[in-house]
Design a protein around this ligand. Sequence first.
Ligand code: V47
Length: 358
Amino acid sequence: MFAEIKGKIEAGERLSREDALSFFQSERIHEIGELADKVSRRVNGDRVYFILNRHINPTNICVNRCRFCAFSRSKGDGDAYEMTIDDILEDVRKAKQELGRLSEVHIVSGLHPDWNFDYYLEILSSIKSEFPEIGIKAFTAVEIDYFSRKSGLPVEEVLFRLKEAGLDIMPGGGAEIFASMTRNQICPEKISGERWLAIVKTAHTLGIKTNATMLYGHVESYEDRVDHLFRLRELQDQTGGFLAFIPLSYQPENTDIKVPYPSGIDDLKTIAISRLVLDNIPHIKAYWIMLGEKLAQLALLFGADCLEGTVIEERIAHSAGARSKRGMGISEIVHLVRETGKIPVERDSFYNSLRIYG
Ligand code: V47
């Protein structure tokens, strides 16, 4: 079986669901990693991408209290917070000052019961008017659905107005795991997997590129992971709108789902199998915030070609016990990449190269 799948990969053929499942069940981690690295080099050469970015989470108040999330709070909780437009702009200014230049802001928020859609538009337009050169990656499909329900506007109109206000691309969060039985166990209040996919498809149709994620290492099965990857591959065949896939390693602290952290083997295997199955998505991100810096570095030899970026101040994973730093400097990222023998490439939001650290 292994030799047959290996043959398919070497011939550039697509993997089947059975192939992917048998790799998840396999202990041949070195060989799976080697195959994924070969495919990664086929797609992206020796390049490893990163971006000078800052994550901003305008509020932690959220009407969806997902069981895996340690970040969200209810209105009135002592540690609930809300950022003003000035707070947000100040964070962008500081990030730009700290790094010397800034290429992207990544904005994901809780589903606030009182904020209206105009406030989110104002966040985007205020950032764009002061920093027209900075890419804005903002709002998951879950937030888009919420804006549509709150404003009474169709999803197309919501996306169109966000784009007009400055949205460049959408992050991949909120996908969690699509399989409905498992999804209902971990986030019963969240939109369905089908709805997530439909909203992302609409975004792609309007010319908005997005990322995709998969939250793994909680209560899902390998079959659920395979199902998730194949649904993404099928949508990408139709739209070509995904830029990157990011497997999110579950961080269990302060959450309602108390399981051990995924193992290093599981993290590397999931990265590698993602690279092998998602033959139509150009980039696989090793999100160092959740993997930790050291494992993220190894992931670059197991199929990943992107490290996300400087981040500066991460809150979601750190609320749930992430053991990484909250942000990384340029020289640290460059060093991590160089040690793998690959070439660090600073990119913009659309994966255009800005600077090659040869
Ligand atoms: O949507 C929440 C996940 C996501 C936990 O698109 C958790 O470039 C692990 O989507 N353990 C937000 N994960 C992060 C995200 C992301 C990050 C970096 C880059 C991009 C991109 C997207 O984090 C949420 C949810 O799926 N999450 N709680 C947890 N305890």
